[in-house]
Design a protein. Structure first.
Length: 86
């Protein structure tokens, strides 16, 4: 059994996944968010701590949110539990 990813790792993974999926660059994200390219690069490479407020801003810029990222797995877990009883 593999350990669960921490919330900060999940957020970073999701931001990087969305950038790749949408074929957007870190430079684009920096411009849209008003952060410097160097800061975005450090944040997304895990070289600098990504504060929650900035994480939410980046997710929203990419069309997502904390709610979307964290509530879907929760709903899926509940559904799996319910399915066991059908």
């Amino acid at each position: 059994m593999t350990p669960e990813k921490t919330a900060d790792v999940r957020v970073l993974d999701e931001i990087n996944r969305l950038l790749q999926e949408k074929r957007l660059t870190k430079a684009w994200l920096a411009k849209q968010s008003g952060m410097s390219y160097e800061k975005i690069k450090r944040l997304l490479n895990g070289q600098q701590v990504l504060p929650m407020r900035e994480a939410e801003e980046l997710l929203v810029t990419l069309g997502s949110s904390f709610d979307a990222l964290f509530s879907k797995p929760f709903r899926e877990n509940i559904q799996r539990e319910l399915d066991r009883y059908e």
